[in-house]
Write a protein that binds this ligand. Structure first.
Ligand SMILES: NC(=O)c1ccc[n+]([C@@H]2O[C@H](COP(=O)([O-])OP(=O)(O)OC[C@H]3O[C@@H](n4cnc5c(N)ncnc54)[C@H](OP(=O)(O)O)[C@@H]3O)[C@@H](O)[C@H]2O)c1
Length: 246
């Protein structure tokens, strides 16, 4: 059912971290939101409950973004429940560390499955579904500019995402659907903290001139800008959102 003036967004990976902040921000801006997640049903339901408590509309939809049938279902269920679709944000992602060794090729395969194949499928379905004025927002990472040891698989996946964003922007010529990526620097989420010592966290936080980690809400604000009326002339771009880290 469509509500007057309500717009509709899908946010993948929205049970936690940046995706959660994006879902809450878009809901606060008047979007009905499909909250996709991989396995954390309780956390996804909490996000939905938080949106509903503020008077918004949301629903949780479990499913792996790397699976075509799941992505199909995610879009169909969203349109069925909310009656339209305006914005697709693909925040689902994984960070798996491992140097470039023969044994670690599995790290590459599993990272590419979620981060690159997942983006391909979500972007493809978004391109098929959205109409004029639609927005597609993917996630890269500012770590591309750092080339830290151990980040090979992750950086390869995100370099791929940046490539897909620019190609899709060209493929959608004439349809007024904007395709962009946000490339955050280090943000205080479980993905960032996992496996790092306090010293490593402090070192990385100090890299940006602002001398601290980003907060999920600071990235969500940029996504909301790209998703909203003020972002309408931004297309085919990668926005580095990182407190000035180069
Ligand atoms: N945090 C950073 O410092 C940082 C920096 C640059 C870029 N990014 C990018 O920003 C995005 C969000 O990162 P984050 O820090 O918010 O991560 P996070 O806190 O680890 O949350 C990851 C989210 O993605 C979901 N997810 C994982 N695999 C999935 C799959 N195959 N299908 C559907 N959902 C899946 C998780 O669902 P479950 O809860 O169900 O597991 C969770 O909601 C990612 O693309 C990441 O690469 C993050």
């Amino acid at each position: 059912m469509t509500h007057t003036n309500e717009r509709v967004a899908i946010v993948t990976g929205a049970s936690r971290g940046i995706g959660r902040a994006v879902a809450l921000k878009l809901a606060a801006e008047g979007f009905a939101v499909s909250v996709n997640y991989a396995g954390n049903t309780q956390r996804a339901n909490d996000v939905v409950a938080e949106i509903e408590a503020s008077g918004g509309r949301a629903m949780a939809i479990q499913g792996d973004v790397a699976d075509p049938a799941t992505v199909e279902h995610l879009f169909a269920a969203t349109q069925e429940a909310f009656g339209r679709l305006d914005v697709v944000v693909n925040s689902a992602g994984v960070l798996k560390m491992g140097n470039i060794t023969t044994e670690n090729v599995e790290v590459l395969d599993s990272t590419l499955a979620t981060n690159l194949r997942g983006n391909w499928l979500v972007m493809a379905k978004a391109a098929e579904t959205l109409s004029e004025g639609g927005r597609i927002i993917a996630f890269s990472s500012s770590v591309l500019g750092k080339s830290f040891p151990g980040y090979g698989a992750y950086i390869a996946s995100k370099a791929g995402v940046e490539g897909l964003v620019k190609v899709l922007a060209n493929e959608l010529r004439g349809r007024e659907i904007a395709v962009n990526a946000v490339a955050p620097g280090p943000v205080a989420t479980e993905m960032f903290f996992e496996g790092k010592t306090h010293e490593q966290v402090a070192q990385i936080a100090a890299l940006a001139p602002f001398g601290r980690l980003g907060q999920p809400e600071e990235v969500a604000d940029v996504v909301a800008f790209l998703a909203g009326p003020q972002g309408r002339w931004v297309n085919g771009q990668v926005l580095r959102v990182n407190g000035g880290m180069v």
